[in-house]
Write a protein that binds this ligand. Structure first.
Ligand SMILES: [Zn+2]
Length: 416
């Protein structure tokens, strides 16, 4: 089967599944997971003696997958070989190697086949822009590195795809981007917001935030500038995890991933994912670091795929503070809301836990002093309400656009 047929098949399946009722969808998913457990999973050495039920598989995580990389892919490709391939052109035999962005030493590697790459492309098109496809699209992808995933689209007639390297900085490709005149833009929210601030000449039909947590504070600025609702594409080394529909619901990609959820406090969950349509690198009951708030209501669009209200941030960035002789956790959304609700003029900030009992609140110098004082007070009030022992230092400093690392407005810098 050639690549485009693979993409078209995946496109059609994704569309067909989106019209199923929830019970019908769950039956399809259960059969697909069963097939994965019987046929695909045991091909990875780690799962030679795989138990019959998903629930009996061990929980895995990034540390385990990276330490025993070759045991989790069917070609026996080692991590050393994969890193070497990535440093060349990302090709390892018939496969593509990619890596997640992240601090060095903390990057996740993935390996996928040509067929999987096209299947991924078909699925993302079916979810994000099914109506635009037939009219021809110019898609601008602006991410920290070309993961190799997008190469599959580059040559197709219906899609013109251009990749802009975030790490080079927007000034190096601004003219090229404007000349390309994209109809679809996929970029981290900080870059979309930067486009608004710099008033770039762009007229897309669809805009998606990707690669970083979308903070509620960025959304109105981006939507006002483009005069479009902002969509989200949530993907990671673990694959495509959620894409928003035209009605704004952020639907989990349950048509390729089976999700289990572990409670993380404050009504949030962290997912265990089983990517049941991946066959090259097996990812089963893989514990992710992201904190999600699941929607209580189904989306009005009628898709059977469940929705998340928000991807709140990462478990790594939950603050850990001493309170009455024990350690309490404060999640990023709670910290963020305390700052933003303190004053409407606040549209950017950083909150960093720098030590067991020290927190920095950073606000730009242009912000009015009384707004900064209100945010400082709100942070202290939050800690008092939790009886947490910590001091908050208010720092007034510029918050420049950083293109070399992920933006995390709430960040915990304690050793794990
Ligand atoms: Zn929907």
């Amino acid at each position: 089967m050639n690549g485009l047929a693979e993409a078209a098949g995946s496109f059609a399946l994704t569309r067909r599944l989106s019209r199923k009722t929830r019970p019908d969808f769950e039956r399809w998913q259960a059969a697909a997971v069963r097939r994965f457990l019987d046929r695909d999973l045991p091909r990875a050495p780690f799962y030679r003696q795989a138990p019959a039920r998903l629930a009996d598989l061990p929980v895995t995580d990034k540390a385990l997958l990276m330490a025993r990389f070759d045991d989790f892919n069917v070609h026996g490709l080692t991590a050393t070989e994969a890193w070497a391939a990535l440093a060349r052109d990302g090709r390892a035999g018939a496969c593509t190697v990619g890596a997640s962005t992240g601090t060095s030493g903390n990057r996740g590697l993935f390996v996928i086949s040509e067929a999987e790459k096209y299947r991924w492309l078909g699925a993302i098109l079916a979810k994000a822009v099914p109506d635009l496809l037939w009219r021809g699209m110019r898609v601008a992808v602006i991410l920290p590195q070309n993961t190799g995933l997008y190469d599959s689209a580059r040559k197709s007639r219906l899609i013109k795809l251009a990749f802009f390297d975030l790490t080079l900085g927007p000034e190096s490709w601004r003219d090229a981007l404007e000349a390309f005149d994209p109809t679809v833009i996929i970029a981290p929210p900080k870059i979309l917001r930067h486009f608004a601030a710099e008033n770039l000449r762009l007229r897309p039909k669809r805009v998606f935030s990707a690669a970083e947590t979308l903070d509620p504070v960025d959304r109105p600025m981006i939507e006002n500038f483009f005069r479009l609702p902002l969509g989200q594409i949530y993907m990671a080394t673990e694959g495509l995890l959620a894409v928003s529909c035209r009605q704004g619901g952020l639907h989990l990609a349950e048509d390729s991933v089976f999700f289990e959820f572990e409670p993380a406090g404050e009504g949030l969950v962290t997912p265990l994912v089983t990517a049941f349509r991946r066959q090259t690198q097996v990812m089963a009951r893989y514990r992710m670091d992201d904190l999600l708030r699941l929607s209580a209501q189904p989306c009005g669009c009628g898709s059977p795929l469940r929705c998340v209200d928000e991807i709140v941030g990462r478990m790594d960035d939950v603050f850990r503070l001493a309170s009455q002789g024990r350690t309490i956790l404060v999640t990023p959304d709670v910290l963020r809301n305390a700052v933003l609700k303190a004053d409407r003029r606040i549209d950017d900030f950083r909150v960093v836990q720098t030590g067991p009992d020290s927190i920095e609140l950073k606000l730009p110098p242009a912000l009015a002093d009384d707004a900064a004082a209100a945010a400082h007070q709100a942070m202290q009030a939050l800690l008092e309400s939790r009886k947490a022992v910590a001091t908050v230092a208010l720092i007034r400093a510029p918050l420049p656009l950083e293109t070399s690392r992920k933006l995390r407005r709430v960040e915990c810098r304690l050793e794990q």
